[in-house]
Design a protein. Structure first.
Lengths: 275, 314
């Protein structure tokens, strides 16, 4: 920081914006412990009690319990499938010299220009045609496809930094192609794997529109992001329950963020750069 | 931030490296076994991403009045139906307003905020942490926060009442004059901080000497920010602008669906919500996908324009 006074407007504006960010989140948090009357009467005061009734109520009225489990299941399986597809693909691209490898990489990086929202209805038709409409399985299969461009491009960059001699040494010992991938490349690009797991965890956990249309509103199948907005219509204007439910869905992401703050920011920055 | 600096050009660094004679044959043999490994990912990508995308164009040429109704070829019938529909024109206008207001404010605001954070002012760590939080929150959760704030008896009206501005209270999401504005504010609220952190991270990898040299030359902060640093990260700003453009253009369907349902009337119907609404609520599938084609073309034109505007010019 170079000098004092000329920065004053900057300090003011920056912290003003932060206040605008924090106040609604503070409101969200304290409202989760209040009744409607308290929320309207004194929106900013700290809650008088820390009773979890709103949380338990939101859990039962929106069936958040199964929804959280569904979200965890879909997210975890989709992450596993993403890795299973992206690792070999990135491995192949990184090692293939000449036109073919470059072409395949090009095809994947063009995927950044395909916005996921664009093809909602045709994707719905695909789900219907494969008989996987109203199942979580389709989301598990579909989400990795949307993650492919980013995951492959990030992994390729990590794998390109691995010296060829590592592979040649392993080959001397009689390692197969698969063994080279598993025992040489995978351990050496762990930071890249961590990056794409983090990025995709955020996207998969937060995914809304496709889950809404394809898995649908069945309380036994729907994900937490689909269950959350039902608190709005179900309870009319019970803001205590609505905010408690919102807080609950934020907890997993917030915990991961606080623990891995630095890595997560790097991951998202590198995600934004790949285009 | 090593990842950052290696990222943009990294892909082409290795490229067609001159093969050493001694390893050329082994390389070739390995390569042939290797490419097969990319096939599953490619197939996945083609089936779930490219296929549906192509299908948009096919369905746009069909007359398809509902999932279980007979399908007939419509040719350009949908195009004339769409272009003659006042709701479509409203949606074009709303999307244009949304992009024209949200995008410049977001990019300029985020760049300035990011520059400020990158100077490491007092409390910059806390700042960085808090600015990033909206980037983590899912669209439904953000929408629920805004619903609680903007509803008739929500936080904003309560605050206005408290400070004696009770006459200014409004049903923000249900009033034709403020519904679209509320959606734009939501975009800005969540987008500026997140984007600022991206810019701050990129600015952090600009060599310090550049700023110091500018200071020796007597350049003020304003000048250093826009005339010295901005040109250096110009292409990065372009990429972030493209991403925000796409998110705003295509992603607005979710916020509209969650908060206003396009109403009142069609005062907050955006193009991407129209695609959703015509497909899943009005069951006019050819119409929906014709708007989808329009959206796709607008997206493509926008990307090319942004790319041209932010092309690195040194």
């Amino acid at each position: 920081m170079k000098s004092g006074r000329s920065w004053l407007p900057a300090h003011v504006f920056a912290w003003l914006y932060v206040a605008l960010l924090v106040v609604p989140l503070y409101y969200l948090l304290v409202s989760a412990f209040k009744t409607n009357d308290q929320i309207f009467g004194s929106p900013f005061s700290l809650p008088t009690s820390l009773s979890p009734t709103n949380f338990t109520e939101s859990f039962s009225s929106a069936h958040l319990g199964p929804a959280v489990l569904n979200s965890l299941l879909v997210t975890a399986l989709a992450l596993a499938l993403t890795l299973a597809l992206a690792l070999p693909a990135a491995f192949a691209i990184a090692r293939t010299e000449g036109r073919l490898g470059a072409l395949v990489e090009r095809v994947f990086s063009l995927g950044f220009l395909v916005p996921t929202f664009a093809a909602l209805f045709p994707t719905f038709l695909l789900a219907a045609a494969t008989g996987l409409f109203h199942t979580r399985a389709f989301m598990v299969l579909f989400l990795p496809a949307t993650a492919m461009p980013l995951s492959v491009v990030i992994l390729v960059q990590f794998m390109r930094t691995i010296p060829r001699e590592m592979e040649e040494a392993a080959r001397m010992d009689g390692a197969s192609t698969f063994a080279v991938l598993r025992h040489v490349y995978t351990p050496m690009c762990m930071p890249g794997i961590a990056t794409i797991l983090l990025l995709n965890f955020l996207t998969f956990w937060n995914e809304y529109l496709y889950s809404l249309v394809i898995i649908g509103p069945d309380p036994d199948l729907r994900t937490v992001q689909v269950a959350l907005p039902t608190l709005k219509s179900l309870t009319g204007t019970d803001y205590g329950i609505l905010t408690a439910g919102t807080v609950l869905t934020l907890v997993p992401v917030w915990v991961v963020y606080t623990v891995l703050q630095k890595r997560m920011q790097q991951a998202l920055v590198s995600g934004a750069v790949k285009m | 931030m090593t990842m950052l600096s290696s990222a943009p050009g990294g892909a082409s660094v290795r490229g067609p490296a001159a093969p050493q004679p001694s390893t050329a044959t082994t390389t070739k043999r390995r390569t042939q076994g290797g490419v097969v490994l990319a096939v599953p990912a490619l197939v996945w990508y083609l089936v779930f991403m490219v296929g549906p995308l192509v299908a948009i164009f096919v369905i746009a040429a069909l007359h398809w009045p509902g999932m279980l109704q007979p399908v007939t070829f419509a040719g350009t019938g949908n195009v004339s139906a769409v272009l003659g529909d006042p709701v479509f024109l409203d949606a074009v206008r709303n999307t244009a307003v949304q992009l024209a207001v949200a995008l410049p404010l977001m990019i300029v605001g985020a760049y300035m905020l990011g520059y400020y954070v990158a100077q490491k002012p007092p409390g910059h760590r806390v700042l960085r942490y808090l600015l990033f939080v909206p980037g983590l929150i899912s669209t439904p959760a953000k929408a629920m926060v805004f619903y609680a704030v903007l509803s008739p008896d929500g936080l904003l009206n309560g605050a206005l009442d408290k400070v004696g501005l009770g006459s200014m209270t409004d049903a923000w999401l249900a009033s034709p004059s403020t519904a679209l504005a509320s959606l734009i504010v939501l975009d800005l609220w969540s987008g500026v901080g997140f984007t600022a952190v991206l810019f701050a991270a990129r600015l952090g990898s600009v060599p310090d000497e550049i700023g110091e040299a500018a200071q020796l030359d007597g350049a003020g902060h304003w000048r250093a920010m826009w005339r010295i640093h901005f040109p250096v990260i110009r292409d990065f700003v372009g990429v972030v602008t493209m991403l925000q453009f796409l998110w705003t253009l295509f992603g607005s369907a979710q916020n509209v669906l969650l908060l206003t349902q396009g109403g009142p009337g069609s005062s907050s119907t955006t193009l991407s919500f129209l695609v959703y609404q015509k497909a899943f609520i009005a069951a006019d599938l050819g119409y929906s996908q014709t708007v989808g084609v329009v959206l796709f073309l607008v997206g493509l034109a926008g990307l090319l324009t942004i790319r041209r505007v932010f092309r690195q010019n040194y």
